[in-house]
Design a protein around this ligand. Sequence first.
Ligand code: F6P
Length: 323
Amino acid sequence: MKKIAVLTSGGDAPGMNACIRAVVRTALHNKLQIFGIKRGYQGAIEGDFIKMKSAMVSNIIQLGGTILQSERSKEFRTKEGRLKAYEQLKSKGIDGLVVIGGDGTFTGAQVFMKEFRDIDIVGCPGTIDNDLYGTDFTIGYDTAINTAMEAIDKIKDTANAHNRLFVVEVMGRDAGYIALRTAIATGAESVLIPESKTDYPLLFKTLKKNLKKKKRSGIIIVAEGDESGGAFQVAKEVGSHFKDYEIRVTILGHIQRGGRPTCMERVNASRMGRGAVEALVDGTSGVMIGIVHNKISYTPFEHAIKYTRSINPILLDMVNVLS
Ligand code: F6P
């Protein structure tokens, strides 16, 4: 292997830049030529490649977003699109690829690898949702939960000042990891996540208990993908049962995707980026690099996509016990 490339694909996540930096510098350390591909798989199709030098990744470890930019390429889902990407990679002599992204990114990589067997691909888990099997933390998750926690701390100030109940929606299309962690960290009254059935009776019991104690302020956290239908729907449901609560809704949205990566994020992303290049050098392909119990792990793309890590029920129960 002499030439490799790196791209970021799907939703961006803080820490992607730290990962890119580690990929570039580890490649150069191993005397490989390294290309950055702009805008994910779409840039691969269009031949939007940049030959990377060490200085190009100076001063990016602390930045959110991704210097390579990201896209969810529709064209790469077609056979013609993937063939174009293959031809572009081959024309540059690239025989190894590091893809940083989530399950959509790895699904694309897996299909590509079945069609074109002479380009090795290794993935790094990049998504704030933390919804990939084979790693304890995805790149972006730690920063996102800290961003959400800080925002909810601020909401708590105004909630207490006005005796209001806030329903706060956090990101997580199919997963409740962000919701659950931030609910524990902010002492929320309740959390609603896609992994468990919406339990309105339990929520109403908590709210009744609080009213008895004359507590009318509070926080309910709802994951974007919860089957309740989102924060506005939950607010409507609660409002129709309780006239004593003054309710407000906040959707945190894309604020959770940006910002300076936390220390833990930068370190984990650097470890994974380095691990990805070392795996390619060792002839490994078709795996996602993760960190499990503080050790670098290798999970086939197929498993990373197919399996889900279950939510810890003790953490879920804790929200109710401690509220
Ligand atoms: O996968 C990360 C994520 O932030 C999800 O939590 C969210 O549902 C989705 O991306 C939003 O995607 P977009 O930025 O394309 O609207």
